[in-house]
Design a protein. Structure first.
Length: 228
């Protein structure tokens, strides 16, 4: 779990780096309306916990399949290297961590079982989740998940929980424990704040190609390059 948390932190740093340094990201090409085709029954508060559980399982399944592609792996490593460039004094060590642990990270991700993973992070309870109004559209699913993430980020208690989890995860990263904790303390609160603002002003689902956007919509990697 430690490797996953560390690489997620780096990816969020990439997002934060874009928000802090990039040109205005509130243009029409990046900000889009939520998918209007979301089934109306989804909005019915029948069982919110089961709904979130279903979202987690579906999205985790899609992510693991996506990360299994070699081209995707190369793109992610490239994005993480660019994120490291935003860390200045930690830049060189950050790239060493990425190069050393990336293969292990992808191997670990490949073993993830969506049902067990979602239970482990407390998004699913012990009962079998009832898959109400299953959403097959990846774009809709992505927007739903981003909405859930934003709700979490707006909760003050979430920041403390995330920082605590990140610090504990640092203990599992051999040879880079102190560097990891320094990274969390220096960038954690700022990155979480910037991540919230970024998700509010940017259609991350278009930037990551989960949803189709206009030709002008830039990828995360392109945005990072422009902000470097």
């Amino acid at each position: 779990m430690g490797l996953r948390i560390f690489f997620i932190l780096l990816f969020v740093i990439a997002i934060g780096c874009i928000h802090v340094n990039a040109r205005s990201l509130t243009s029409d090409s990046m900000v889009t309306e939520m998918d209007s085709k979301v089934p109306s029954e989804v909005s019915i508060e029948v069982s919110r916990k089961e709904e979130v559980c279903t979202l987690c399982q579906d999205f985790t399944t899609q992510v693991t399949h996506y990360l299994a592609d070699n081209k995707t792996k190369a793109e992610i490593v490239g994005i993480l290297h660019l994120a490291c460039s935003c860390l200045h004094s930690f830049k060189h060590q950050c790239k060493l961590v990425v190069d050393y642990y990336a293969p292990l990270f992808f191997t670990e991700i490949a073993t993830v079982q969506p049902e067990l993973f979602c239970k482990k992070i407390n998004l699913c309870n012990d009962m079998t989740s009832v898959r109400l109004s299953k959403i097959d559209n990846p774009c809709t699913l992505c927007h739903r998940v981003v909405g859930e993430v934003l709700t979490k980020l707006q909760d003050p208690d979430t920041e403390l929980e995330v920082i605590e989890v990140l610090l504990k995860s640092c203990n599992k990263i051999e040879h880079f424990v102190q560097e990891c904790k320094k990274l969390v303390f220096e960038f954690g609160p700022l990155i979480l704040t910037n991540a919230e603002k970024f998700l509010e002003t940017t259609d991350i689902c278009v930037a990551t190609h989960v949803c189709r956007g206009s030709r002008e919509a830039a990828t995360l990697k392109e945005l990072l390059i422009s902000s470097a």
